[in-house]
Structures are given as C-alpha cells and as structure tokens.
Design a protein around this ligand. Structure first.
Ligand code: NAP
Length: 258
C-alpha cells in the first residue's frame, strides 16, 4: 500500500505551528496527506497551511485546556483520519524548587492528559478502519530521570510507556504505533533555551524523515546515529546514577527564554 493509502487521507498533527510539528506537516503534505493542524497561534498555522499544497483544517486551541481533547475529537469527527501524531509539549525548565506547581500541572495537561484523551478517541477509529498509525513524541529524557526538566522527563516516560504498551496491544490490527525519542533538535524552542549547542544536535527535517520512513518499525525510534549510540551506552552500559549525571550536565545548560 502506498503511504497516502496506508496513512491517509487525513492526518492530525497536534503542535503543528513550528519546529518538529511544522516539519511533520510539510513532509506529510508532500506525501499527499490532508492535514488537521492544531496549535494555539492561528495566524502561524494559517501561514503554514497556505504553503502546503493540500487541503487543511486549522484548530486553534490551548492543548492544556481541560476540554482540548474533546474539542479536537468533535472538530474532526467526520474526517477519515489515518494518522494521529501528538507532537506538542510543554517543559518547565530549572530546579523543581524554583518551578511553580501550576507550570508542572500544565506540563501534565499538555504532555499527558490531552494526548491520552486523543488516544482514546483516535485509536478505536484507526483499528476499525484496519490501517493507519499513532505517533507520540517522547524524548531521550524518557529513559532516566532528567534533572532540571524532571517533570517534563517524567511526562516523556509516560508517552514512551503508553506507546509501547499500545504497540503490543494493536499488533495484527493494521495500526502502527511509533514513539519517537529525539535527542537535541534545532527547533526554535530548543535554540531559545540552549546556552550552548547540545552534542549531536539534529535538524528537524532529518528527525521527521526518519520517523516517516519507520512508522511500521515500532515501538520506539531514536533518530540519528549519535543519539542511537549515546542512548545505547546510557541505557545498557553505564550505571543509572552516571546516566542521570550526564543528563544533568546537559540540562543544566538549558534556561527559560527571557
Ligand atoms: N527540540 C528538541 O530538542 C526535542 C528533543 C527531544 C524531544 N522533543 C519533543 O519533540 C516535540 C516537538 O518539540 P519542538 O522543540 O518542536 O517544540 P515544542 O515546543 O515542544 O512544541 C512546539 C509546538 O507545539 C505547540 N504547542 C506547545 N504548547 C501548546 C499548547 N499548550 N497548546 C497548543 N499547542 C501547543 C506550539 O504551537 P503554539 O505555540 O502555536 O501553540 C508548536 O507548534 C515535543 O514533544 C518535544 O518534547 C524535542
């Protein structure tokens, strides 16, 4: 089956206005999929939509809102969605003692609650149509505690665990499940937060290309040779305390944009 027949005609991309999400939209459109683009900034979504050569539908909302998942479900109900991709995330940065509870709960809302609601909505529909894909964005922070982004890292472990469990549950249904765990990627948000170029930083286009080439190679993808090697070393060879210390030395360089 061609890509568009297997994963189209519609894809929903949550967090589509910039960075990896916008690049997922561009590459999916280039493959001929129609797109539902979700993010807060409608004007940015609208500019992106104009640059794509496919039919689009824009949903401008805050994915931290209690009703975000149900609103997306309602506004896409009549579309034949073959690919659901949850890319948006919120990451409070800094020592937990300096972070607000409000920001931590917002990270749980954007990174855990809303994708869980949408997984419950889209997965039964994907299974019923016997083909399609679910893609959740996680991170290398998912594999161990990640100081200075501790809550974000914990939400990314949730995404990984959810996707891996569903990957096994959905075997034989025709629905692919892939959890993407990028390392540092040159998106506007990462560049704004970085005080120094992180090691092995990838371009969004490369992460997205590797994702779309591997939708049926789940449950988990670590994009890029450097990240694959570093992660293997950290997960399999180094003591856990050492991997947490390595994460700390990288995440300490992150700062909240002014
Ligand atoms: N960049 C990296 O180095 C890196 C590394 C590992 C993993 N990741 C993962 O890759 C994914 C994408 O990362 P990214 O760096 O491209 O950007 P990001 O900052 O995680 O997400 C940016 C996109 O999400 C949307 N978004 C964020 N919060 C939202 C909210 N409350 N409601 C609606 N939309 C929201 C933004 O649009 P609006 O501002 O218009 O709402 C934008 O389109 C994330 O899941 C992240 O955890 C990234």
């Amino acid at each position: 089956m061609r890509f568009v027949e297997r994963y189209g005609p519609w894809a929903v991309v949550c967090g589509a206005s910039e960075g990896l999400g916008a690049e997922y939209a561009r590459q999916l459109a280039a493959k001929g999929l129609k797109l539902v683009l979700v993010a807060r900034r409608e004007n940015v979504l609208s500019e992106l939509a104009k640059s794509l050569n496919v039919e689009t539908r824009l949903i401008a909302l805050d994915l931290a809102a209690d009703d975000a998942g149900t609103r997306i479900a309602e506004q896409t109900r009549e579309l034949d969605v073959g690919l659901f991709l949850y890319n948006a995330a919120f990451s409070p940065i800094g020592p937990l003692l300096e972070q607000s509870l409000e920001d931590n709960l917002k990270a749980v809302a954007v990174n855990v609650r809303t994708p869980t609601t949408l997984v419950h909505h889209f997965v039964p529909r994907l299974v019923k149509r016997t083909h399609g894909a679910l893609v959740l964005l996680s991170s290398l922070t998912a594999f161990q505690g990640s100081p200075y982004v501790s809550t974000y890292g914990a939400t990314k472990s949730f995404n990984l665990s959810l996707a891996e469990g569903l990957w096994a549950e959905l075997r034989g249904t025709g629905v692919d499940v892939l959890c993407v765990c990028p390392g540092a990627t040159a998106t506007p948000n990462l560049l704004k937060a970085s005080t120094k170029a992180p090691p092995g930083m990838q371009q969004p286009a490369d992460v997205v290309r590797e994702t779309l080439d591997n939708l049926d190679s789940g449950p988990m993808l670590i994009p890029g040779a450097f990240n694959k090697f570093a992660s293997l070393l950290m997960r399999r060879l180094l003591p856990r305390r050492a991997t947490i210390a390595i994460m700390a030395s990288e995440t300490r360089k992150l700062q909240l944009p002014p």
